[in-house]
Design a protein. Structure first.
Length: 246
């Protein structure tokens, strides 16, 4: 067996591995990803049968364009959005929608673009135009959005319900969402030391002004406002161009 054929077969096996978990997944975009992986395997079989000398190049190119690149771009968009860098998140979200133009990804790309607007009026108008509320309430799009509910419960002061929801959703949370849900629970519960530890370790990539925001929120929740955090937070607010952040 030649090197080209061997590499092509390895990539085909890698594409087969996620199919079982995707078949069981409730994620709204699962059918698109199943089609991508099945397509790679189909192209691989055809390439190994008809043009084995080029099979690795063909399968590798398709794998890079439709699996590796979209996943990297999705990770970058999520990481920058979570860290508070809305413009960068919108940029990577647009690129993600180019390499994986499914309905779900196009919506999330538009959502990230709306979040990047500095004007409150433009942001709200975009949310309404794209039907954000209806999308988030749709049963088909529920999977993967538990982190929004957990933060919302904390914002509303429903602490016990927030903790219960987080505990029931924890096993299904992605690796990217898990530390942020932990942050919401700790911050709205007033656990100052734990919040500072999380922000200096797992969430050290978070934007400085967002770190100060969560430290400030924690102090308010604990009933012992951090005066230093309030002063620094006020300076970030005064310097911010983003109207919605202010």
């Amino acid at each position: 067996m030649g090197v080209q054929t061997s590499v092509a077969l390895v990539l085909m096996v890698i594409s087969l591995l996620p199919l079982r978990s995707l078949a069981k997944s409730q994620a709204p975009d699962r059918n698109t990803w199943i089609s991508v992986h099945v397509g790679i395997v189909a192209v691989g079989i055809a390439a190994v049968s008809w043009v084995p000398a080029w099979s690795a190049y063909m399968v590798g190119t398709i794998f890079a364009l439709f699996v590796f690149t979209p996943n990297v771009l999705a990770w970058l968009a999520h990481r920058h959005a979570a860290a508070g860098y809305a413009q960068a998140a919108a940029f990577y979200g647009r690129l993600f929608s180019i390499f994986h133009p499914s309905k779900q990804v196009r919506f999330h790309s538009s959502f990230l673009a709306a979040r990047a607007f500095e004007s409150t009026e433009r942001k709200v108008a975009a949310y309404r135009a794209w039907g954000v509320l209806g999308w988030l309430r749709s049963v088909d799009n529920r999977a993967g959005l538990e982190w929004l509910e957990i933060r919302a419960l904390g914002e509303l002061g429903h602490i016990d319900e927030m903790i219960t929801t987080d505990a029931s959703a924890e096993s299904g949370l992605s690796a990217g969402n898990l530390p942020f849900c932990r942050l919401y629970v700790l911050a709205f519960s007033g656990r100052a030391d734990a919040v500072r530890s999380l922000l200096s370790r797992q969430l050290r990539f978070v934007r400085p002004r967002n770190k100060v925001y969560w430290i400030f929120v924690t102090g308010q929740a604990a009933g012992t406002p951090d005066r230093d955090a309030r002063r620094v937070f006020a300076s970030y607010v005064a310097a911010a161009d983003d109207e919605t952040f202010r």
